[in-house]
Design a protein around this ligand. Structure first.
Ligand code: ZN
Ligand code: FE
Ligand code: FE
Length: 169
């Protein structure tokens, strides 16, 4: 690893692995979620994530490289931890909130990594690559924001269920 370009390619290999892991994990998260909006959020982010994989492939090609993944251990860990959350028993809304927490950790990791990739691309005057990454970053940020909104809805449902059980004595 001698140059900024080497570093850029290395960061992209990590993200390529991370995104491909997510393509496999998101259907499981969709299945585990009980809230319909949360299910729908995972389904639509799966489609976006497939596009993220394709954009990375395009970026590799723009840089004269064959797309290659280098196992992202961080994403493996985040997905593994989220998987443990999904195995827990308990209140459906609380479990959905736990899944949202796991999913937002994933989005924040991606946002951070793509931010690095875009900064390096800009430093290398590769506006073409940086612009491609911006499209993905916007979708990652949108997914994160949607999860925050769903969490707010779920907190409301927790409040309601508490009020209900209190009124039932
Ligand atoms: Zn992504
Ligand atoms: Fe990584
Ligand atoms: Fe994402």
């Amino acid at each position: 690893m001698e140059s900024l370009k080497d570093l850029l390619i290395d960061e992209m290999k990590d993200l390529y692995s991370a995104e491909k892991q997510l393509v496999r994990a998101l259907p499981k998260m969709e299945k585990a979620a009980k809230n319909q909006n949360l299910k729908a959020a995972f389904a639509s982010h799966l489609e976006e994530t497939r596009t993220h994989v394709e954009r990375l492939e395009r970026a590799f090609e723009m840089l004269g490289q064959k797309p290659k993944a280098k196992t992202c251990k961080a994403m493996q860990g985040l997905i593994e931890e989220g998987g443990e959350t999904m195995k827990e028993d308990g209140d459906r809304t609380i479990l959905d909130l736990a899944i949202v927490g796991a999913a937002q950790r994933v989005e924040h990791y991606e946002i951070s990594a793509y931010g690095t990739v875009r900064a390096i691309a800009r430093q290398l005057d590769r506006k073409d690559v940086a612009d491609l990454i911006t499209g993905t970053l916007e979708e990652e940020a949108g997914a994160d924001k949607k999860l925050t909104q769903i969490a707010r809805e779920l907190y409301g449902a927790v409040g309601n269920s508490r009020a209900k059980s209190a009124s039932q004595g």
